[in-house]
Ligand binder design. Structure first.
Ligand SMILES: Nc1ncnc2c1ncn2[C@@H]1O[C@H](COP(=O)(O)OP(=O)(O)O)[C@@H](O)[C@H]1O
Ligand SMILES: [Mg+2]
Length: 366
């Protein structure tokens, strides 16, 4: 088992910087997730850790040892890909045994390890089958089995569940999490699905254009996003964003949207004063906008009116798509909410749960 550290890692293809000054410390036995949109460099990071890709600049350490120049086969790492890459002409048993055979393990040892691993992954009944006889979830289990059997120091998963349907993905995700508990090994898991990222990771690294945006627990990222990008990436429902003018009247600061205005709670004043006369971006989640009919107002809360334009049922709850006259907002309400299309409703913002971002660079101010 091992920790994995990347220090000032860069990756260039010619003039193109695909990874920029990457610094991460992944603790031994942790479940570390890398997430971000397609093309942001997730696979490149994994491939550099595995040794399948050179590092242009910086260092990678596995178990305190610098591995920049170490061959992939000596790094003791196993990688599971999105495509299962099983050998079609071999049974599940043979697929799993293959790597050990190459390493010269005895038949007895191989059989013992295959059975033990098949047990862990609940695929004992599949050992004599060929890949084409397996359904997707089973193929992915075998692919994971092929990694587990090697007992590597570190597991790398590159979007291993993205080919599965939603239900199977959920099931396999929980199984991989259980596998991590059982094996107590370091796992680095890549996904572009933020729900998967926050449910599976102890620590989550969000990235964009080859650069780290924020590393933290799911709660950190959700409650205190470092910037607008992380705020929009994390969460089951997209955050609402809109721009406001920052105004100062008397000793109070107001945020003016054009069709409504709120008074900034005093505790935030110091941070916003430098923005007076400029614009800032407000971010608020659909869960943190309330229908005034159902909530008692107090000083912290701010009111505005908006017209309901669309109602989107969600089972137990529903989304109301609203128009303030200037911006569109989405709020979440209970399914028994009586609001109708074209109706004007009075809204209350929970300011303590909203965020304010710098318009230029997206950095969170509050
Ligand atoms: N061999 C290569 N040559 C040039 N550009 C590459 C190469 N491999 C990857 N890239 C580029 O690096 C960026 C990151 O790719 P990748 O790590 O695959 O992203 P992700 O896994 O997050 O989708 C992409 O813009 C991709 O086009
Ligand atoms: Mg990728």
């Amino acid at each position: 088992m091992a920790d994995v550290v990347l220090k000032k890692v860069w990756k260039r293809y010619g003039a193109l910087n695909v990874i920029k000054d990457f610094n991460i410390e992944i603790q031994d036995k942790s479940f570390f997730v890398l997430t971000g949109p397609p093309g942001c460099g997730k696979t490149t990071i994994l491939r550099m850790i595995a040794g399948l890709e050179d590092v242009s600049d910086g260092s990678i350490y596995i178990d305190k040892l610098k591995v920049n120049d170490m061959l992939p086969k000596n790094r003791d790492i196993a990688m599971v890909f999105q495509s299962y890459a099983l050998y079609p002409h071999m049974t599940v048993y043979e697929n799993m045994a293959f790597g050990l055979k190459l390493k010269g393990y005895s038949k007895k040892e191989i059989s013992q390890r295959v059975n033990e691993t098949a047990e862990i992954l609940s695929i004992v009944h599949l050992l004599e089958k060929y890949p084409k006889e397996l359904i997707d979830g089973q193929q992915q289990r075998v692919a994971i089995g092929r990694a587990v059997i090697r007992k590597p120091k570190v597991f790398l998963f590159d979007e291993p569940l993205s080919n599965l349907d939603a239900k199977l993905r959920w099931q396999m995700r929980n199984e991989i999490k259980k596998l991590h508990e059982k094996l107590q090994s370091t796992m680095i898991y890549v996904t572009s699905d933020q729900t998967e990222a926050v449910t599976i990771g102890d620590k989550i690294c969000t990235m964009k254009n080859g650069k780290i945006q924020q590393i933290g627990t799911a709660k950190d990222l959700y409650e205190n996003p470092a910037n607008k990008f992380v705020a929009s990436l994390i969460g089951d429902y997209s955050m609402n964003f809109f721009e406001v003018d920052v105004l100062c009247r008397g000793s109070f600061v107001f945020l003016n949207e054009g069709s409504f205005e709120f008074k900034l709670p005093d505790q935030f004043k110091d941070k916003i004063l430098p923005y007076v006369g400029q614009k800032i971006t407000v971010g608020i989640r659909p869960d943190d906008i309330y229908d005034k009919l159902f909530c008692a107002t107090n000083d912290e809360l701010n009111n505005l009116n908006a017209i309901v334009e669309l109602i989107e049922p969600l089972g137990n709850e529903k989304f109301l798509h609203l128009n303030t006259g200037k911006n569109e907002l989405v709020m979440k309400v209970k399914s028994n909410n009586q609001a109708k299309i074209n109706q004007m409703i009075e809204l209350v913002f929970n300011f303590s749960k909203s965020h304010l971002f710098d318009v230029e660079n997206g950095v969170r101010i509050i």
